[in-house]
Design a protein. Structure first.
Length: 475
């Protein structure tokens, strides 16, 4: 019996992870279509001044599924390093360690802040200020769990910067699944867990490839190709053809020509909203309207090449204050233990925005000045010569969980689920602000739902979908 033909849309971690698993086990003939000239998507890496840098701050967390982690270790070998977390958050004009340390909570914050946290904790113990589920949103979830002091001083300003909305406009899902320490008890447990952390316990540590986070996607890419998968870079999908609610194939532009490939299954990891608009015949207007109502936050990455060996000892700095436009600054050289030229380093600043904002069209020079001004305001000015400013723009950085987003998402989910052979998963495909290890777990789960005859077990997939709902983002 011939193997099924599976076309995978997108060569990020989810798409490549699925391609590798399908090809290595000879479950299907696999074709991966990727619009960009490189693999990895938002989890990829590229070179700036000869140094590998990522699209923002990325880590592989120890909570990664054991099967996925074992494969990554095998693929990367000694190039997968075990690194200590060493970041910090600017809060009320002071720097405290991130992940949190008990000493910071006790001694390094202002007396008014510490007193406010104590009062909020006392109110929580006596049940003061509880709200009904009908009133829930991001603001009430975090205020109810963490108290007004922490949320007012850190989470709410940070949320406005990341998602471009007031906390009251965001769904409670954003607070429950996208903030790991969404209660005072969780926050203190995370802080206290660092006291006895040993080298290999995973507490306060992460895995990182020696040559950039994108090496994970690149390793899956090469392994999938060695196993027989076909990966086409620069392939721009034009349409996903269906007939009688059944997948027929995919049309795409490649090397200046329109081509097509028949498919028994199409597994999509591209944004759910984009996939909806690629379906032919076109979905009804109300479903296209549902797709338009789901929003993604965009991101500008500003890279500054500095003529100095290292900018600071920290791998990442987080900025909660709204007068500082960037949300996070990372130094890739510190992620990989100092790999790179001795006489220069690169900073990567993350600037959330909308692709409709004026900042989206700013020149590299202007964005470089914005970065320098931001760091000066934060009290960590750039003092070395800036040799180069490079920028990258991510149109689909984060899903925005606006209040009541759930219904249009469910409508699109039902649409995709109603087409035989069509599957969507991954961060973009399931509109999920998840980590890379979550996306890879989704890919491995999809492959486990394919039986020996090439049939996809939808009941098994729905069981995995319930597991996906428990995923919580790790910073």
């Amino acid at each position: 019996m011939p193997k099924p033909q599976i076309v995978i849309l997108g060569a990020g971690p989810a798409g490549l992870g699925a391609a590798y698993q399908l090809a290595r086990h000879k479950f299907a003939d696999v074709v991966v279509l990727e619009r960009n000239p490189m693999v990895g998507g938002n989890a990829g890496s590229h070179l700036v001044a000869g140094m590998p840098v990522d699209f923002g701050s990325h880590r592989l967390h120890p909570s990664c599924d054991p099967e996925v982690l074992a494969d990554i270790r095998e693929l990367l070998g000694d190039d997968l390093m075990d690194r200590p977390r060493h970041g910090r958050i600017r809060l009320q004009g002071r720097w405290i360690h991130f992940p949190l340390k008990p000493a910071d909570l006790a001694f390094h914050l202002s007396p008014s802040f510490s007193l406010g946290v104590l009062q909020d904790t006392a109110k929580k113990l006596v049940g003061y200020g509880k709200r009904t589920s009908e009133e829930q949103n991001f603001a009430t979830v975090l205020s109810g769990g963490l108290g007004e002091t922490i949320t007012r001083e850190f989470y709410f300003p940070y949320a406005r910067k990341i998602w471009g909305l007031d906390p009251e406009e965001l769904s409670p899902v954003q607070g429950k699944r996208r903030v790991g320490a969404n209660s005072i008890a969780k926050m203190f447990r995370k802080a206290l867990s660092g006291i006895s952390a040993k080298k290999n316990t995973g507490k306060g540590r992460f895995y990182y490839p020696r040559f950039g986070f994108g090496a994970i996607a690149e390793a899956y890419h090469y392994a999938a190709r060695r196993a027989g998968a076909q990966v086409l870079l620069g392939a721009d999908v034009q349409a996903v053809d269906t007939c009688d609610a059944q997948i027929m194939g995919v049309r795409y532009m490649y090397q200046g020509q329109e081509r097509s490939v028949p498919a028994d299954h199409v597994w999509s990891t591209i944004p759910l909203t984009v996939l909806t608009n690629l379906l032919l015949p076109r979905p009804p207007r109300h479903l296209l309207d549902a797709a338009r109502s789901l929003e993604f936050r965009s991101m500008i990455l500003i890279y500054a090449v500095l003529a100095q060996p290292r900018f600071s000892e920290y791998d990442a700095h987080y900025f909660s204050e709204e007068f500082i436009p960037i949300t996070r600054l990372s130094e890739p050289k510190n992620y990989c233990g100092g790999y790179g030229p001795r006489n220069r380093t690169v900073l990567c600043a993350e600037l959330p925005c909308s692709s409709d904002d004026a900042v989206w069209k700013m020149t590299d020079e202007s964005l470089g000045e914005l970065l320098k001004d931001s760091l000066a305001k934060a009290g960590i000015p750039i003092q070395a010569p800036v040799q180069q400013i490079v920028t990258r723009r991510l149109r689909y950085a984060y899903p925005i969980y606006r209040k009541c987003y759930e219904e249009p998402f469910r409508e699109l989910d039902r649409l995709i689920g109603g087409v035989g052979g069509l599957l969507t998963f991954g961060r973009q495909g399931l509109f999920a602000h998840d980590n890379t290890h979550h996306a890879l777990y989704m890919a491995y789960s999809a492959v486990k739902c394919l039986d020996a005859d090439g049939r996809f077990d939808l009941c098994k997939w729905q069981a995995f979908r319930q597991i996906f709902e428990t995923h919580v983002v790790e910073d």
